[in-house]
Design a protein around this ligand. Structure first.
Ligand code: ZN
Ligand code: ZN
Length: 221
């Protein structure tokens, strides 16, 4: 599995492009917010001969869906997210005013729902969906049991990866004062579903630096 990370939009959302050897790609939160960011993403996809197969949103807060319309238009895939966050797509204008984020290219309707226990897969890349409510009602994390990461041309390691969205950050968890937030549910979900993953799991949050499950077992309460 090949793995590329970008940080997009004024809120610094981490976008991930996962791809296999055949060039099939899964995009996680491709939240490009202007032409320059669109070109950055498109250049990577073209230069690596990737075919975008799936577009996943960890949740549907506006900062994570800013690129959905562009990706749907450009690559012909519709976004997939948890049904319990779908109402947030009707609140894009309110969120745009609240956060001062652009509302020029609203995210279109979802193409499909993803739920706890689902897997999202292209050959060689398999993601397990973990639903943890509390930052938003339909927040999900994507867990990849075994990802082979290329550290140098001749050096790769096999590690589990967790794309944790705004549920779990390095040293903290997501805020719970937004639409449908619930801190108790968030803390409980993190403890039961995420901190129980293998300690060596590398956690890649929706904002900010990466961490590990081992580190977060010490810092989460
Ligand atoms: Zn969020
Ligand atoms: Zn966010």
């Amino acid at each position: 599995m090949k793995f590329q990370h970008f940080t997009f939009n004024p809120f610094g959302v981490n976008c991930f492009v996962l791809s296999n050897e055949q060039g099939d790609a899964i995009l996680i939160d491709p939240s490009v917010s202007n032409t320059m960011e669109q070109q950055t993403l498109d250049k990577y996809i073209k230069e690596n001969n990737l075919t975008v197969r799936r577009m996943l949103n960890t949740h549907l807060h506006l900062d994570h869906v800013l690129g959905n319309a562009f990706v749907e238009r450009t690559y012909g895939v519709k976004a997939e997210a948890h049904q319990e966050d779908e109402f947030l797509l009707d609140l894009q204008e309110e969120q745009s005013e609240l956060y001062g984020l652009p509302f020029e290219d609203p995210a279109p309707a979802l193409g499909d729902y993803i739920a706890e226990g689902d897997t999202v897969e292209v050959p060689g890349v398999k993601l397990h969906v973990l639903h943890v409510a509390g930052h938003s009602p339909g927040g999900v994390a994507f867990y990849c049991e075994k990802a082979s990461l290329q550290l140098a041309p001749s050096k790769s390691i096999e590690v589990p990866l967790l794309f944790s969205g705004d549920i779990l950050f390095a040293g903290s968890r997501g805020r719970s004062d937004l639409f449908g937030g619930d801190d108790h549910a968030l803390a409980t979900g993190i403890k039961n579903k995420l901190l129980t993953l293998p300690p060596e799991t590398i956690v890649l949050p929706g904002h900010g630096p990466s961490t590990t499950i081992e580190e977060e077992r010490k810092s989460q309460f």
